[in-house]
Write a protein that binds this ligand. Structure first.
Ligand code: ADP
Length: 495
């Protein structure tokens, strides 16, 4: 099959969270099992040229319509991590992809609608048959309409993956007009009109994409069920229920090359699942000692707890703070690697930082290398998410011998099996779960974990082994995507 992704992230060159890793890992595995995979990505200004191979100017100049004008673009082809990329250089006066970051600009709607249209314009120029056009979240969802209705691309089927249903690309009718679509015409219940009856003139890009897609993929089986409910559907639950027949849940995998404690160049001491537990603990101890020295933290026989996250509402910042304070109270060390907090949240956590000097490290940047070091050093990773479509952090943690303490929601429920759950066979148990989004529920799980750390290390060692030896790879999920895609092709052949 020829599979073309249109995506806004690709690890490691353009990663803001899990999406970038998913595009890398899924593409790599689909290539490995014999498919032809390409990724169309904006050519962000921060992408280091040195991490690209076989760079060439594929289309020196093609135009994309926006706000009554034609804007110039170029398409570069390159390879990264062995995956063929098409990098859209938008020579737009607003410098859409020259912002030093992927998301969080005031004009994100215009930036990503432009990207969706330009990607489709490029595919129209090349006009090569595509079996599966794979779109991701609202940022590229509009490409479904461009592919089908505007440019009539030779695409057999369109899949739209939902990595986070809370972000929907809500905008005005004229935002569609700007990108060359009749906004008013698309403002219909069955397509782009937002489901909220209080805002009947609001366009919802994700919703429109869902209508046009042949298959909707939620990134975990539990999340596929959750988004049918008002609590998790973020206003789109009526649409998800209506389109339930084409909705499936496929759990994300981990790119095992990207996350490999045996070869990871960011960590000091290496280890692997097959090592004896003493070797694993010894290596983790060395990694901890390296971090302790660098950041003046105590290393000796205390529980090291932490989290590596976008500090967003979804990730439960209040509970992260509560976990930090409780860990310190129980004599542990806490590491918070939390990117992109709002200015208020940052000020709040800065204040906290000054209060727990010597017992905690709080770092508010996105730091890939440090993330690897922290995963390799921690005993426990807390993940108190309000919702979690899949979550990669818990899988990464387990691969690095770190036990998750997580809220039982979304992908956490599909990957974490509580150490005290009598319904789970012992070889599967790999962490600690709590059900309610509340401080007492989280503290109970944290205390359970630290209590085991102090009193029953043998049990923790068994959990570490279980987590490390589980198969988090893309092998199974990629086969599920492959099965789905083949089914879509059969459906289109029968149409
Ligand atoms: P989401 O995509 O919602 O942010 P995931 O758990 O799917 O959450 O993926 C998060 C990815 O981003 C993981 O690889 C995690 O290690 C990484 N990450 C999150 N915050 C940071 C940070 N501040 N620095 C480095 N890596 C981070």
């Amino acid at each position: 099959m020829r599979i073309v992704h249109i995506a806004t992230e690709f690890a490691p060159i353009a990663k803001a969270g899990g999406l970038g890793e998913v595009i890398l890992g899924l593409s790599r595995e689909l290539c490995r099992i014999g498919h032809e995979v390409e990724v169309i990505l904006p050519k962000y200004d921060f992408i280091p040229h040195s991490s690209l191979q076989r760079v060439s100017l594929e289309v020196p100049d093609f135009k994309c319509f926006e706000k009554g004008q034609l804007h110039a673009n170029a398409m570069w082809s390159a390879e990264c991590e062995g995956i063929p990329l098409h990098l859209l250089e938008a020579r737009h006066p607003a410098g859409y992809f020259h912002r030093g970051k992927i998301y969080g600009c005031d004009d994100d709607t215009a930036r990503f609608l432009y990207f969706s249209r330009a990607a489709a314009e490029y595919l129209k120029r090349t006009d090569r048959p595509i079996d599966i056009l794979h779109l991701h979240d609202w940022h590229s969802a509009l490409a479904a309409l461009f592919a089908r209705d505007v440019f009539r691309l030779p695409v057999k089927a369109i899949a739209l993956s939902i990595h986070n249903a809370a972000y929907q690309g809500k905008c005005a009718v004229w935002d569609l007009d700007y990108i060359g679509l009749p906004g008013q015409k698309h403002l219909t219940k069955d397509a782009f009109q937002d489901d909220d009856p209080a805002h009947p003139s609001l366009i919802n890009i994700l919703k429109g994409g869902l209508a046009y897609a042949d298959a909707i993929v939620a990134v975990s089986p539990t999340y596929a069920k959750e988004i049918l409910t008002p609590e998790y559907g973020y206003g789109l639950d009526p649409t998800f229920r209506k389109l339930e027949k084409k909705l499936v849940g496929i759990l994300n995998g981990l790119d095992l090359k990207f996350w490999d404690p045996e070869k990871d160049r960011s960590i000091s001491a290496h280890f692997k699942a097959k090592d004896p537990i003493e070797t694993i603990l010894n290596a983790k101890g060395q990694n901890r000692a390296a971090l302790a020295k660098r950041f003046s933290l105590p290393a000796a026989s205390r529980p090291w707890v932490g989290t590596i996250t976008r500090l967003a509402y979804q990730k439960g910042p209040e509970l992260i703070e509560a976990a930090l304070l409780e860990t310190i109270r129980l004599g542990g060390v806490f590491i918070l690697l939390g990117s992109a907090p709002s200015p208020e949240l940052r000020a709040h956590f800065e204040n906290l930082k000054s209060r727990c000097k010597g017992q905690a490290l709080l770092h508010f940047e996105y730091d890939e290398a440090l993330a690897h070091e922290v995963y390799a050093a921690l005993d426990f990773l807390v993940l108190p998410s309000r919702y979690e479509p899949c979550g990669l952090s818990q899988m990464i943690a387990m691969r690095y011998g770190t036990l998750p303490i997580a809220r039982a929601t979304g992908g956490h429920l599909d990957t974490i099996f509580d150490c005290d759950d009598p319904n789970i066979p012992s070889p599967k148990r790999n962490g600690f779960l709590f059900r309610n989004y509340s401080e007492p529920a989280q503290i109970e799980a944290l205390r359970r974990a630290i209590d085991r750390f102090k009193k029953n290390p043998a049990l923790l060692h068994a959990l570490i082994k279980n987590g490390m030896s589980a198969d988090w790879s893309w092998a199974k999920p990629a086969r599920e995507y492959e099965r789905l895609f083949l089914q879509l092709l059969r459906n289109t052949a029968n149409r």
